[in-house]
Every structure is written in C-alpha cells, then in structure tokens.
Design a protein around this ligand. Structure first.
Ligand SMILES: C[S@@+](CC[C@H](N)C(=O)[O-])C[C@H]1O[C@@H](n2cnc3c(N)ncnc32)[C@H](O)[C@@H]1O
Length: 341
C-alpha cells in the first residue's frame, strides 16, 4: 500500500527532483575532493579568490560550485564571498573518513561503468566488464593510482565499521585469525590490538600486500603477531588457522566464485575451524538501507551482490559449511558465522 504524504512533507515532485539531482551533488563533491578544498580551509575561512588561486582554478566558477555545495551543508558561505568548513566538508580532508570514498566514486572508470547500468539490467552483463574489458580487480592491478584510491576508500569505509565489529565478536576465543582480502589490514590490526594472545595473517593479492607493508596498520605494535601473505583465495589460502574472516569480500563475487573461496577455506582450516563473513544482510521491507545501494555498486563493478541470510545459508551449504548464527553489530554490517557441516 502506498503511504500518503503528510501535510508538512515537501510536495512529491520536489522530493523526486532532489533525488534526481542528487547526481549533481555527487559531481560537486568530486570537484571539492579533487581540488582538496576542505584541506585549503583547515586554518579558517578564505575568500573565493584566494581559494581559486591556491587550487589554480577560475574564481567565478569556483564560487558557484562552493555556493551550491553550501546549499546542501557542505562548506558554508560567510561575509565577502568567504567560505568555511562545516562538519560535512571536514569529512573530505586528508586522513578523514570520506575523502577516499569521494575520490573513488568520482573516478571516470567507475562513472563510465555506472553509465552502463541500463545495459547491465537489460543483458545481465557486468557494466564494468563491458566498458573496460576486464574485471574491476584486474583493472586495479593495472592502474596503481586508482588502486591506491580504492584501498584508501576501503580503509575509509572500514574506519566507520571496524570499532563496531571488533567490539561485537569474541575474537579472544580464536588462536589464529586469517583476514582474507583484508586490504591494508586496518580491521585485523584493531582486532589484534584488542586481543594480545591472538595471531593474525593478512592475506590479499600481491600488489595490495606490497602496499600494506608500507602502511602503518599492520606494523604498529603488532608486527610480531601478524604475518602478511600474498596469494589468490581462488587458488589456496593460509593453512591450519582456526578462523577465516572476510569483510566486504564475498559481495564482490557470484555464487560459483564464492563457493570456490569458501571451499578453499574449508580445505585449509583446522578441524574445528570457523568462517566469519562480514557483510550487509539484506532484509525485507522498504526502509532506507545502505546495503541495497552497495548491492547496485556490486552489480555495476564486480558482478557480485549483497545477500539475505537465506542466501548465505545456501552458499554455506554448497561449500560444506553450516551457518551457525548471524551476529548484528552497531554498524550496517553483520557477522555471519559458519562451521564445517
Ligand atoms: C572490497 S575489498 C575489501 C577490503 C577489506 N576487507 C575491507 O573491508 O576494507 C576486497 C579485497 O579483496 C581483495 N581480493 C580481490 N581478489 C582477490 C584474490 N583473488 N585473492 C585475494 N584477495 C583478493 C582485494 O584486493 C581487496 O583488498
């Protein structure tokens, strides 16, 4: 049944207009991130001419961009065409939580793939593959600059999720934890820091492991308990551990590929080993749900998908596992636990 708008709600076409033009806002955020405007304002308000000079762009156009961003709460205009940071704008600063996400979502390689969403819906083909002729991860291996933005994005997104995951699950019961597709290792490092007896293995593709070695996460205070291993989880994974964790990994792959990864975990794990799959769980209903939007990002880029609890149970069964429980966390992700069936 359709819900009727309440008297104080904006008119329906106005709501729709805002949704449609959300695309304009995304483009404006991309420009702000690429010009590093939030960093240029870190010491206080600046005039638009001053900002334009620092960013080497045209002041009149920059003024219109900043004015439009300020109209949605990103930066604020003060007297004399000066602009200052707002809490939303501050998330775009270097080292802050959304800079990588903004840069990644603005990459032409990604927006060109999104432009083929209709083609993906019509044919079932993965838009990224159609546009670039290779999978998203192959593309990243060949484009190190974009890979570094992607890795920053994953670390950024993860930073908003890690505390909730590390606080929810009793990792202290595990002796060796492998983080498959662990990226630069920020989740594993947080878990190791909180559990002094735990040993960890960060497992990812060679190029990612090489850049993780330069990164601070897996070296700070826990280096002696953390091994870094390069490989492909489609071939084989670290042997003999008692838990295999995958965060935002299975959503990149289709059922057959996920079954292969899980079967490799099953073959490698100790007798009472566990798998811990950390993903969005798709639930019925029409509430706002970030997982349902991430699902479309997967449709466009990797050919993967977000899954329901039942879909995970089926996937686990096909790979020789039994889903034991789904542990919700205070972030949008849940921990899906499985043991050998
Ligand atoms: C979406 S990212 C998730 C990163 C990290 N777990 C997080 O949540 O921030 C997926 C990860 O899987 C890794 N990956 C992709 N293909 C892989 C493969 N064949 N073997 C191992 N890792 C792979 C990527 O390099 C990437 O780090």
């Amino acid at each position: 049944m359709m819900t009727k708008p309440r008297a104080k709600d904006p008119p329906t076409p106005a709501v729709m207009f805002s949704l449609i033009t959300g695309r304009f806002v995304s483009h404006l955020i991309d420009v702000a991130a690429r010009l590093e405007l939030a960093d240029l304002l870190k010491d206080g308000p600046r005039t638009v001419e001053d900002l334009a000079m620092a960013a080497e762009v045209q002041a009149p156009a920059l003024y219109r961009v900043l004015r439009a961003l300020a109209s949605v709460g990103i930066f604020a205009e003060t007297k004399g065409k000066r602009f200052k940071l707002t809490p939303l704008a501050a998330t775009l600063q270097k080292g802050a939580s959304m800079r990588g996400v903004a840069l990644f979502c603005g990459l032409p390689s990604l927006s060109d793939a999104w432009a083929q969403l209709l083609h993906g819906v019509q044919t079932g083909e993965t838009p990224f593959l159609k546009v670039h002729g290779m999978s998203h991860f192959e593309y990243l291996e060949k484009h190190p600059e974009e890979a570094s933005i992607f890795n920053e994005t994953m670390t950024n997104v993860s930073s908003t999720e890690i505390p909730a995951i590390a606080a929810t699950y009793k990792f202290s019961r595990i002796r060796t934890l492998v983080d498959l597709g662990g990226g630069h290792g920020s989740l594993l490092a947080t878990i190791l820091q909180a559990n002094p007896k735990l040993k960890g293995v960060l497992f990812d593709q060679p190029s990612v492991i090489a850049s993780a070695k330069q990164d601070r996460h897996v070296t700070k205070g826990i280096a002696e308990r953390c091994t870094l291993e390069a490989g492909s989880f489609f071939e084989a994974v670290t042997k003999g551990a008692d838990a295999y964790m995958m965060k935002s990994v299975l959503h990149d792959w289709d059922e057959e590929q996920c079954t292969k990864i899980l079967a490799n975990c099953r073959a490698a794990m100790s007798e009472n080993g566990k798998i811990l799959v950390i993903e969005s769980i798709i639930v019925p209903g029409n509430k706002p749900d970030r997982g349902k939007l991430r699902d479309i990002q997967m449709l466009v880029t990797t050919g993967g998908r977000e899954r329901t609890k039942e879909e995970f149970a089926t996937l686990f069964r096909r790979s020789g596992f039994k889903l034991t429980r789904v542990v919700p966390t205070k972030c949008p992700l849940s921990i899906v636990e499985g043991i050998r069936a």
